[in-house]
Design a protein around this ligand. Sequence first.
Ligand code: SF4
Length: 258
Amino acid sequence: MEPQICIFNIQKFSIHDGPGIRTVVFFKGCPLRCYWCANPESQRVAPEKMWEEQRQKTTIVGEYRTIAEIMEKVLQDEPFYEESGGGVTLSGGEILQQPAGALALLRALKARGIHTACETTGAADEKVFAEFLDQVDLIFFDVKHYDALRHQKGTGQTNTRILNNLQQALTSSAEVIVRIPVIPGFNAALSDAHHFVELFHELQVKKLELLPFHQFGEKKYTALQRNYRLKGVPQIHSEDLTDYAKIFTDHHIDCLVR
Ligand code: SF4
């Protein structure tokens, strides 16, 4: 039977999630529980209720779709992908939390000759990750902390499996861009940047993006009736990361602040 995927959004005409014009398919479900998560509605792998302040009503976030249904939707913009050198990006949550669906969708896209990009936490079974690497052209790979215990404190899991998968990705044919979400009190000190440099040199990471902490997700916690630990914590602006970013560029890692 064809796998169904629980998704919470399909966003067309995106220009920030890979080259060219793209459609982004957002998978629901994530094995991590980062305390700063800006998309808490993406964490559970099933539809769930959420209060919508603007419309003053409860809505359901997430729906199950077949590969054929998702393909029909993303193929509507195929001419734009061809003209702009774009394609389809799979995001989440963590797409490999629904491995059968993610791999089937990636295969369908590749069979059609569409460029595939994926945003991943890397928190996935290593064998599944190896299969995934065969189907993807570009990977945005989140690395949240260099230290296993501090990673566990911040996300609920150590980084061991994640770093193994990052190593697999970096030795594959896919292009890899590592992303650090820079979170106050977790990994935002300049000493943290130096530790990341050590790790990235070991793994031979060449390209990095910094994602400064923002508060866009704050209201969603209330809407989902969940606790939010970073209430009122000031956002980080890209200009605040000038010195942090320089530590990477000084060590020959191409670094962009988003
Ligand atoms: S990995 Fe991303 S989606 Fe998952 S909990 Fe962390 S921030 Fe949220």
